[in-house]
Design a protein around this ligand. Structure first.
Ligand code: SAM
Ligand code: SF4
Length: 366
């Protein structure tokens, strides 16, 4: 199998309506949509705020942040997570944002989540997606709270380009956090890198070498139309195929898993030809050129208590006001299940008339 063949096709079906919603005798249900996909993975955005200003995500001046009273408090977040796990079949929770490390009491939210048991009787898998700033100081406490895995975002290891990309001079802090996460044994530590045309294509190979040397799993993400509106053009984005081509200049790559199920990344086993002792795994998340919507198992909760059934959804289901008006757990679960039922078959980036969602990525939770 060639590396390119392995990237194709994204299982982007034209799905038929197959499923039906049902409540089980014990009062639980699954987050199923009308195309039969079942959500098991919940992305919880803990804040829309951030201490970086990545150009593909936010404008330099930041965004209009949510007022505190509109954001869920810890008790509300813990309640919705409990409902997701105990009543709706969620098995994995990823905390994100904005920057989730800015959320006070992150450790106690993770601790409460870790105490929950899934429909299979297992503990919930917990993960964090972070820009890494301050993670080195908190990694032990987070691990103790029950955190299983961490994804750290890093788009370049060049100090000047890091400043240009994030508009902040904080590279050293991120590198230190990557070392700390690897040392803490959060295996695998995943590194997320977005590739922007004319900006950091030159970083593809150095980033890969850096991560392989440290035993971290680097995954390149195709840039999506979710940031400032002038930042993305379908015609000049850097595609998965182009990323692969660059990687093949230095690494021998063989497909690492097939099928990949609901996992967004296609993975390759990589060997550095300059030093064949250096081996590891590299991934590409080809959300635009090889969409994996047909296998998507995600549901999203924003920091103001809204359910989104897709990153690109144009509709949302607010649970916060229902909850504050006294809704029961079962009523909240039913509203959540109803929101997921309406999930579209695909994100539609390539459809004529595609419209970027009104919420930016940082306010949805990536
Ligand atoms: N602040 C944290 C971080 O950067 O990891 C968590 C939130 S951030 C929105 C989550 C992920 O989304 C990051 O890996 C980031 O690189 C990615 N991201 C942000 N904007 C994106 C875009 N327009 N296209 C693709 N990925 C994007
Ligand atoms: Fe902040 Fe993450 Fe967006 Fe960068 S990608 S601005 S770190 S939320």
């Amino acid at each position: 199998m060639t590396t390119r063949l392995y990237l194709q096709p994204g299982p982007y079906q034209q799905p038929k309506e197959t499923a039906s919603q049902s409540v089980k005798p014990d009062g639980t249900r699954e987050l199923v949509d009308r195309y039969g996909r079942v959500a098991r993975d919940l992305r919880v955005s803990l804040t829309d705020r951030c201490n970086l200003r990545c150009t593909y995500c936010m404008p330099a001046e930041g965004l209009e942040w949510l007022p505190t009273e509109q954001s869920l408090d810890d008790e509300e977040i813990n309640r919705l997570i409990r409902i997701a796990v105990e009543k709706l079949g969620i098995r994995q929770i990823r905390f994100t944002g904005g920057e989730p490390l800015l959320r006070k009491n992150l450790e106690s939210i993770i601790e409460a989540t870790s105490r929950l048991r899934t429909d299979e009787g297992e503990s919930v898998r917990t993960a964090l997606t972070t820009n890494g700033l301050g993670l080195d100081r908190r990694i032990d406490a987070l691990k103790k709270a029950g955190l299983h895995r961490v994804n750290i975002s890093l788009d370049t290891i060049d100090a000047e380009r890091y400043v240009a990309l994030t508009r902040r001079d904080r590279l050293a802090g991120v590198l230190s956090s990557i070392e700390a996460a690897v040392a803490a044994g959060l295996d695998p530590v995943k590194i997320n890198a977005v590739v922007m045309p004319g900006v950091n294509e030159v970083d593809i190979v150095p980033l890969a070498a850096f991560c392989l040397e440290r035993g971290a799993q680097l995954r390149f993400i195709e840039q999506m139309p979710l940031g400032p509106r002038d930042q993305w053009k379908r015609t000049d984005m850097v595609t998965a195929a182009q990323i692969l081509e660059r990687l093949e200049e230095r690494f021998d790559l063989t497909p690492a898993r097939e099928p990949r199920g609901a996992a967004p990344a296609a993975l390759w086993n990589a060997t550095d030809r300059e030093d064949p002792q250096i081996t590891g795994t590299l991934g590409i998340i080809a959300s635009v050129t090889h969409p994996f919507c047909g296998d998507c198992d995600r549901s999203r909760l924003t920091s103001d208590g809204t359910i989104r059934n897709c990153l690109f959804a144009r509709t949302e289901t607010p649970l916060r006001d229902l909850m504050r008006a006294g809704a029961s757990d079962d009523e909240l679960a039913a509203a959540w299940a109803g929101a997921m039922w309406e999930k579209k078959p695909g994100h539609g980036i390539d459809d004529e008339g595609f419209l970027q969602p009104d919420r930016p990525m940082s306010a949805i939770g990536g």
